[in-house]
Design a protein around this ligand. Structure first.
Ligand code: FMN
Length: 211
């Protein structure tokens, strides 16, 4: 049975990022109804970033899965053996959220050899990176996964990208000091693009299940 792990690095349970991830999961199921889909909401897991314990680099005991024991340990073990990995995050200050970044430190540091600087995961697998943001294709600082995308691409495989631009950040713009945004323009963008974004997420899930 295929196992897909979806890591949700956003704080909001039913907003843009979570909805795209949900649709992606439906895409997986549309191809393989028996696929096991594990969704991990990082904001519900108690962990910090890499603790620099160096246990993964110990002579004779080096490991390409994080050795530090905390609430992330079972998640990292599942990712190591998964058949597909989805990483979703809203963009905060031009990067993935701090939670996602902290997760990626645990995931990637054990892959990295300080002997020859190679990056090796226990298993290669298809990966989808999902990002949502206020930015538009014209005003978007790209490369939001930063150096981590290089690690992921090298150790797991070149990822597919799903990017939802110019998302609606709140249900009603009237209620907030958000004068830099026009609710009308936001809704017009949503009407023109959101269904397509959901479809792209669904298709990415389908492609992942087909591999
Ligand atoms: C703390 C914070 C920082 C943000 N920084 C950016 C940013 O740098 N660039 C951007 O395009 N959007 C930024 N946004 C907007 C979110 O990325 C966007 O609303 C996203 O779709 C929210 O995802 P969610 O609906 O799943 O929570 C920021 C939002 C918050 C709360």
């Amino acid at each position: 049975m295929k196992k897909i792990v979806i890591i949700d690095g956003g704080p909001r349970k039913n907003m843009n990022t979570a909805k795209l991830l949900q649709r992606l999961a439906e895409g997986v199921k549309s191809v393989d109804k028996n696929a096991e889909i594990k969704v991990v909401r990082l904001y519900d897991v108690d962990y910090k970033g890499c603790m620099s314990c160096m246990a993964c680099k110990l002579k004779g005991k080096a490991s390409n899965v994080c050795c530090f024991k905390d609430a992330l340990t079972p998640v990292l073990n599942e990712v190591a053996q998964a058949d597909g990995l989805v990483l979703g995050s809203p963009i905060f200050f031009g990067e993935v959220t701090g939670r996602m970044r902290a997760f990626l430190e645990h995931l990637s540091f054990p892959w990295l050899s300080y002997n020859d600087y190679s990056l090796t995961a226990p298993k290669r697998m298809p990966v989808v990176l999902v990002e949502t943001m206020n930015g538009t294709p014209e005003r978007n600082n790209s490369n939001h996964f930063g150096t981590m995308e290089y690690c992921i691409a090298t150790a797991l495989g070149e990822p597919q990208h799903i990017v939802a631009y110019n998302t609606c950040q709140v249900a009603s713009y009237d209620r907030y000091e958000l004068g830099g945004f026009s609710e009308e323009a936001k809704h017009a963008w949503r009407d023109a693009h959101w269904d397509e974004d959901l479809q792209k997420a669904f298709d990415a899930g389908r492609r992942m299940a087909e591999r």
